[in-house]
Design a protein around this ligand. Sequence first.
Ligand SMILES: Cc1ncc(COP(=O)(O)O)c(C=O)c1O
Length: 377
Amino acid sequence: MRVPFVDLAALHRTVEEELRQVFERVLERSSFILGPEVLQFEEAFASYLDVTHCVAVNSGTAALHLTLQALGIGPGDEVITVPNTFIATAEAISAVGARPVFVDVDPVSYTMDPAAAEDSITSKTRALLPVHLYGQSADLDPLIEIARRNHLALVEDACQAHGATYHGRKAGTWGIAGCFSFYPGKNLGCLGEGGAVVTNDPDIAEQVRMLRDHGSIRKYEHRIPGYNFRMEGLQGGFLSVKLRHLEAWNERRRLVARKFNELLSGSPLVLPAEMPYSGHVYHLYVVQAADRDALRNQLLAAGIETGLHYPIPLHLQHAYSRLGYRPGSFPVAEAASRRILSLPMHPELTDEQVDYVASVLMESLQCVTPSKAPAVV
Ligand SMILES: Cc1ncc(COP(=O)(O)O)c(C=O)c1O
């Protein structure tokens, strides 16, 4: 059996006719950049999250970058974030000329450790940028309190958390702004690049709206220098189609996760923890294994694809060597990076595939699978 890590072709077959209709409409109207399809998606996504503004852009990286710029963060400023994330989180901080300050994460949730964040605040700190990793919200209450006490902005990197909740309310809606990516493999993904900033703050929304489109308020009228970070019409249309299925797809991911949890419960793997405050949407199902690389090879030999999110923490990347961090700076993130393994996880994963992945894992780890356990007399 072959088990792909994600299967976008299978996912898109389930909505193929609707996606083709979007293409026909956009072709007919020639509404290729922004336009009615993007506007409709912005309204639908804002309503789904229960926020007042959604500004669609052309990537999650752009969403983060424009949010920080809209907050007036720039050279001389510091933004606190985590090292166990995709590099785009830190790149957005660099893009506005500010300095990324990394802090370690909680060993159970893998998300920002509030005490570490508080310890790293200096007179230059302007914002906290926690990441809702693998589909699970960071612990926001203490971060909101720290941000309030220290007059910092709280920006949420919700690029892996479409539909996730924190105490029942959607991730991405707690801070001054939430930033989403619609990279194809995300829980809600484009057929290309895309992203969005969501906020209840009209000034942030207006700034981001201007910045994404060359700083313009009307065509050829430019209030500030900006960028071309606009979402394409096709992507807006595709996202509106897929948004209607997001809850069902997330539910299927949760079921797959539950099945993995049951089947792997007797193994030495560290399974993902669902924190009490969180509605997890399992963008990724990440386990920890002592001999991760050997296990990964065994799975591959059995036709099972896995991923590593992420093998090198950002503070040890060459791109950020100038910041002066060293191996040992963030022991929790570093230890996790050596042991984490992302199992196949997507809504089209069949029960048979989940059983197969679990049985290969149990065999590789030399565990007794429940079906093979000797009968107790
Ligand atoms: C946590 C995180 N932040 C930021 C990004 C950047 O999003 P994009 O690839 O759409 O620019 C991603 C997506 O890859 C991500 O996973």
